[in-house]
Design a binder for this molecule. Sequence first.
Ligand code: PLP
Length: 433
Amino acid sequence: MICPNITVNEKNHLCFAGRDTTQLAEKYSTPLYLYDEQLIRQKCRMYKKAMAEYMGAGSRPVYAGKAACFKHMYEIMGQEDMCVDLVSSGEIYTAMKAGFPMERAFFHGNNKTDGDIAYAIDCGVGHFVVDSFDELYALDAIAKEKGVVQKVLLRVTPGIDPHTYEAVNTGKVDSKFGVAIETGQAAEFCKAALELSNISLQGWHCHVGSQVFDEDHSVYHDTAEIMLSFMKEMNEKHGLSLNVLNIGGGYGVRYVNSDPAIDIPQNIKTLGDFIKEYCEKLAMPAPIILMEPGRSIVADAGMTLYTVGTIKKIPGYKNYVSIDGGMTDNPRYALYGSKYTVFNASRVESEDKLRCDLVGRCCESDDVIQPDVSLTAPGRGDVVAVCTTGAYNYSMSSNYNRVGRPAVLMLTETGEHIAVRRETLEDILSCDM
Ligand SMILES: *Cc1c(COP(=O)(O)O)cnc(C)c1O
């Protein structure tokens, strides 16, 4: 199976985190997002342990909240003693309402409005990750008005192309995110931050991209080399001893069997060893390392269940199996051609298979969950499971065609509970005057 928490029971039904998915579909209706809460907690602990062990005291993961953002997720992150990344006033509000300790939050984004900046300061966000000169000056001015000295990391672009899909590739010089080292602008960015009275510069941030497998370790090692050299240069030039380096997120996850499975602790060890050695070479102390995993914490802890509706066979062409959700709950195929593993959860194993496009219910031809998949004898009313949907599915969902968002059901060791209820017709109308 694509993930160890997916199994098949004696009724030939698909199970997730030990639960029969067809029973969950019947009890809670579909579409339905599932999360294996124990797996999320295990991933947090795995990152924390490996980073503390292999990257030195103070090094720790920062969960990228945008991957899956709702109150209960921040409750989990609070309980697991994680830091989090937030990218909007809405995400800050969600974390606040979950009681997340805001000093452990990092505020990201390439275009924080004055309103966002003021709100984040009022909420006591620990660090801003400042993305541009404009933001730096706006933040200094607003912090001054409020009588606050704001801790910041500066986001710079190391100029690394991780060879992943363009839309999730952010570390190149021509990116909309961060300030480039190569052009000399990042050095100016540092100088500007040091001159501002209400900015307290703590260190550096970069993020080269997402769904990075980095099997030969070149992406993160090259990134670390560039960033460490830059840190040393800035420390020497300005007589500083900044010792925080956030190297971003992005370890890839396995969506289909042909994707490699990454041994994350082993990768962290290899990277940690490399950083120590490189720092010795540069004769500088090894910094505290922060990493920002999103997808690799929540993706395979998630699954989406749907019910099969219309089945359309076009002899000599292709077959369509339509489900009761689509791009409104998972726009990732439409956005980036993302791959997924799918099952007929009501009949997992059978010789009788149908090749088909698994499509949604929206009035849009690109509303495809996955083209050209093999489903075992699908029939109207069967439950279809799409695996590895825990990242960037619920958080990217929409109300296109006035379709309500599905519920989010957490599966725990001892039971299950709704973390986000299903949107009703009244919810759909709730902002209409
Ligand atoms: C999206 C993002 C992440 C998380 O990326 P994943 O691929 O989900 O691990 C981390 N840091 C920044 C700045 C991001 O924009």
